[in-house]
Design a protein around this ligand. Sequence first.
Ligand SMILES: [Zn+2]
Length: 292
Amino acid sequence: MGVVRDPLRGRERPAPEHTDEQIVAAMTPIPPQRWAVLTGAGISTDSGIPDYRGPGSPARTPMTVQTFLSHPAQRARYWARGWIGWKRMTAVHPNAGHRALARIAPLGIITQNVDGLHQAAGSEPVIDLHGRLDRVVCLDCGLTLGRDRVQEELDALNPDFLAELAVSTETLETAPDGDVELEHTAGFRVFDCPRCGGLLKPDVVYFGESVPRPRVDAAFALVEEASGLAVLGTSLAVHSGLRFVRAAVKAGMPVVVVTDGPTRADELPVLRSISRVADFLAVWESALEGAG
Ligand SMILES: [Zn+2]
């Protein structure tokens, strides 16, 4: 048996023995409508959105909510980078994996992604555990705005910003949160709440923030209602997703984990495939078609 280097824990563990076909064979006695699905960045990489922690991804430290709130210059920097990044995010579309999952139509999807691509592919219900990049919320009065509206305001406030940048935006790296790597953001003017003048923040859960309780409860309810849990494209490096895997294991339900790198669920009793999510979903969908 081979070994796989585990960068999360810095030691080696046995390679899992399951292929996608073996896992799907174990899953098919339970109909797709009885599975809850938890997804992470690995399902969106084929849409051109990079993974923070996937194989080969550069080390990158996302901004914490504390930094965002306490430093006006950091806030301007966030919005400048997000303003450029959003122009690209609007051009991102669901990929074969999102579309296959929409056709498989599981009981429900819990996603750690903020890109809205499951909904764009037609899946429902979808619980956006970490929020949505296409919404902006006022931290003072709670007003919610569409990101497009905020984008228009930022366009109007910063007519010359792009022209004065010394770099071509084409060369900037996009991050999973729609951000781009951009160093010189001084002078970028941010847009404040049009109702109360308060601080606007993308409606996403930052590092250092908790997932809102009602959303956690809804996700637990979905897992409890299901007969199995399929975890696709996430290393489960953040606790917000791992707890659902623990709950499903504790409840004795089958748990399938598919991603092409190590995960924090690898020592739990799960069916594990080191595979690409889109490949696995093609195998699952094909088995369902064969059965139907
Ligand atoms: Zn407000």
